[in-house]
Design a protein around this ligand. Sequence first.
Ligand code: UT7
Length: 340
Amino acid sequence: MLKSIIKGTGHFVPENVVTNEDLAKRMSTTDEWITERTGIKERHHRANRNDSEITTAYLGCKASEMAMKNAAITAQEIDHIIFATLSSDYFFPGNGVLLQEMLGCRTIGALDVRNQCSGFVYAMSVANAFIKSGLYKNILVVGAEIHSFGLDFSDAGRGISVIFGDGAGAVVLSASEDENAGDILAVNLHSEGKYAEELCTKFPGSKFGWSDRMHLEPEAVTDHEIYPIMNGNFVFKHAVTRFPETIAEALADAGKSVEDLDLFIPHQANLRISQFVQQKLGLPDEKVFNNIQKYGNTTAASIPLALSEAVEQGRLKRGDLLCMSAFGSGFTWGSVLLNY
Ligand code: UT7
């Protein structure tokens, strides 16, 4: 029986730190408001908003290099790439192929996942199925985002722009037949598309006639269409319901209980959401990993970025039972429960 093991983890963020005070110079907000509502103190944004080198694929490449180094394998040994992002370098093609080229991999398959905040959980579930079927042995699973190029930093966008940051995380997921090795024990994925417009970016989309409108009536394209929009309260309420559901489902599927968990890594959407879920599950602080304070919400990157830091800081050890869960745009949500 093939097992899926996390052989190596990595992460990378652009150098430039943007504090809440920095944002307060650009829009009507305060450190107090952001800290109280979200727990975020700072985030990383690439220094030049229009940089064409420090791209989402570049961040993903740096995180992947670290993950491969920690896994002690080379780019030649990677036999598949799965790249989760909502901020790809091009509208198409996706970022998987760009990473294949940047890393100098063989002409392996490169799949893109577009499930926003749940992107990494969806990507891991696909990688797990590929490994368990025997199709691939070493899969690079990446979550990366450059949000800073596409946010509205005027007052109109303050409810959303203060939350998001740039960053990347990566995992080498490998096949193992070692009876002592860890394994992915349970996965669940969910969606509810009727809420698509509660958290979305509309442009460029086939529903919005983008080419004609950009060329013939560019002034009619509104900020509301170009920038991400979010019904924050509505998303928050659904998140705090769906997180406990998906975690309970994963634990039940694996025949485990909350007490068995060694570490819970929630998608870093809002510290208040993580704390609410922690309280609902009755988990002590040392069993929940949060780093949103330093990075903000990095969407598909948030879980692998937290995972890599948790490993680095010794918060996650071999043999530990780990649950990673996400909720976000779509709506989509889900969990991966594994023995690390
Ligand atoms: O990762 C994907 C999933 N995303 C999430 O899970 C995010 C879920 N939602 C949230 O985290 C929260 O809803 C937010 C942090 C986005 C917003 O917090 P909130 O407590 O829901 O605030 P609100 O939108 O209800 O706004 C409260 C007030 C409003 O003013 P009035 O109408 O009460 O006078 C806003 O205009 O706060 C105002 N406001 C701000 N004030 C200072 C909104 N944004 C800001 C800001 N600074 N940045």
